[in-house]
Each structure stands twice: as C-alpha cells, then as structure tokens.
Design a binder for this molecule. Structure first.
Ligand SMILES: NC(=O)c1ccc[n+]([C@@H]2O[C@H](COP(=O)([O-])OP(=O)(O)OC[C@H]3O[C@@H](n4cnc5c(N)ncnc54)[C@H](OP(=O)(O)O)[C@@H]3O)[C@@H](O)[C@H]2O)c1
Length: 258
C-alpha cells in the first residue's frame, strides 16, 4: 500500500493504461482524484469504480482553447492541487522516414504541448498547496535514438528538457518537478507494436512504481531498472549503439528516391 494520501490529484490520460491505473490506485488510497482525457464515456466508467473519490474533467490537452475552458471547470472543482500527473500521450511511428510533419505535430501536440498546457492550467492551483508536485510521463525511449521513433522519442526528449528548465526556474520554490520514464507497459498504446518489448509490465505495476517514486520524493522515476540501466549506459556509449545495435533493428535499407 502506497503512502500518498488525502491529496488532491489531477491526472491527464486517465481513461486508459497507466493513467487509469494511477487514478484507481490513488483513489483507493484515499486521495481526491480529478481524471482527464478526451473520451467522456471511458471517464464515466472510471468514475463508477470510485464515485466518492473520482471526479472527471474531459479535455484535449493539446488544444489551447479547450484547455482554457478546462481551466475554468477545474477551478470550479477545487481551489488547490497537491499533485498533477501529466500522463496523456500518443505514439505514431515514422515508417520509412516519411517525415510527415502532420504526424509529428499530432505527437508533439499531445506529448509536449499537452504537458505545457497542463502545467499552465495547473499552476495557480498548485500555488495554493504547501507541497505541490508536477509530474509528467516521458519514456525510456528518449534516452537513445530509436528507429521509427523520430516523432515520439523527440517529443519525449523535448519534454525532458522542458521539465529540467522548469525545475531550474522553480529551484528556489516549493514546486517539485518529476520526470517519469517507463519502459514497455501493456496498454492500448503498445498493443499496436509489432516488435519484441522486453520486460513488459502491467499498468498496475507501473502505477505502483510511479506512486512509490513520487512518495519517496524522487526527481526522476525510471523503470524497470533491467531496461533503464542498459539504456542509460548506451546513452553514454552512443557510438556503440549506432554502430552495432541500431543497424540490427532499423527497417530502413535505402533512402527513398523522389
Ligand atoms: N505503454 C508504454 O509502454 C509506455 C512507455 C513509456 C511511456 N508511456 C507514456 O505513458 C503515457 C500513457 O500511455 P499509455 O501507455 O497508458 O497509453 P493509453 O492507454 O493509450 O493512454 C493514453 C491516455 O491519454 C489520453 N490522451 C491521448 N491524447 C490525449 C489528448 N490530446 N488530450 C487528452 N488526453 C489524451 C487517452 O485518452 P483519450 O484518447 O480518450 O483522450 C488515454 O487516456 C503516455 O504519455 C505514453 O507516451 C507509455
């Protein structure tokens, strides 16, 4: 049983996968959870599990106008947020190096601008908490350049820099910034993957790891270690990755001609 209790928590991407598991776990531990995603029906189903502890706020984190409306509705629900977990995200692979900017924009809208928007909306409510924390879900895939993950990995790497910069700006303030980087988790997002995903975890296991890291005050929560440590090592030994590993997994065999 984790130790985050009696907090007011806003979780985006809470209708499925990691975000949903986090919402249920934190509600079960006695927190008041505001659960967000775009899909109202899935949120309503989630609320049924813990109607006393979960409220829902449908919003599109990548849409600035929609988030302005969400800010007003959020302020009607609570005047304080202790913890925000920006979990909403999407993945599109760039097969064959198409470099389709529309796809890259969709991915950045959800994974990067979605987090910027979430922090902007949450900031005035976090300011009313004695120990505010803002956590965002990146990915271990951003540690080294992964084939086909040009858009997804870049959005998560940009998120990492963004969080570090906010952490620097807020370093003298009580606001805690947390970067969560999971490995492979069995969710609708990874259902589409047609490659082997080592050390896959369930969303419930991921939620437990995240909750434990948050409760212990970690600034970065990487898991599972079996994957994060080798990847971090490869991050330092980048030439080895590009010379020996990447050529075995890329699906590109020649550059496209016009
Ligand atoms: N699964 C993995 O292996 C893995 C590994 C590393 C990192 N992650 C990250 O973990 C996070 C959660 O992923 P997941 O695996 O749990 O995927 P998931 O089951 O597909 O959940 C994604 C959630 O984000 C919501 N969402 C997507 N776009 C949104 C938008 N524009 N505005 C608001 N909500 C939006 C979805 O709901 P709606 O579609 O209803 O809006 C859903 O609730 C993502 O940031 C993902 O990149 C996942």
């Amino acid at each position: 049983m984790g130790s985050i209790r009696e907090k007011t928590v806003w979780i985006t991407g809470a209708s499925s996968g990691i975000g949903r598991a986090l919402a249920l776990q934190l509600a079960e531990q006695g927190n008041f959870v505001i659960a967000s995603s775009r899909g109202r029906e899935a949120l309503a189903e989630l609320q049924k599990v813990s109607p006393q502890r979960i409220r829902t706020l449908d919003c599109d984190v990548g849409n600035d106008e929609n988030m302005a409306l969400a800010a007003a509705r959020l302020a009607e629900m609570t005047d304080q947020l202790d913890l925000v977990i920006a979990c909403a995200g999407t993945c599109e692979y760039d097969d064959d190096l198409h470099l389709d900017s529309a796809s890259y924009r969709r991915v950045f809208d959800a994974n990067f601008f979605g987090v910027v928007n979430t922090l902007r909306v949450a900031m005035p409510l976090l300011a009313n908490s004695a120990q505010p924390a803002f956590a965002a879900v990146g990915s271990l895939s951003s540690v080294v350049g992964m084939p086909r993950a040009e858009a997804y990995g870049a959005s998560k790497a940009a998120l990492g820099y963004f969080l570090d910069a906010v952490r620097a700006d807020a370093s003298h303030l009580p606001l805690r910034i947390v970067h969560i980087r999971p490995g492979f988790i069995d969710t609708p997002l990874t259902e589409r993957n047609d490659f082997s995903m080592p050390f896959m975890m369930t969303p419930e296991q991921a939620a437990a790891r995240i909750e434990r890291g948050l409760a212990r005050g970690h600034a970065t929560i990487d898991f599972p270690r079996r994957l994060s440590w080798p990847l971090r090592l490869l991050g330092f030994l980048r030439p080895l990755w590009f010379r020996f590993c990447a050529p075995r997994i890329t699906r590109i065999h020649s550059l496209r001609k016009p």
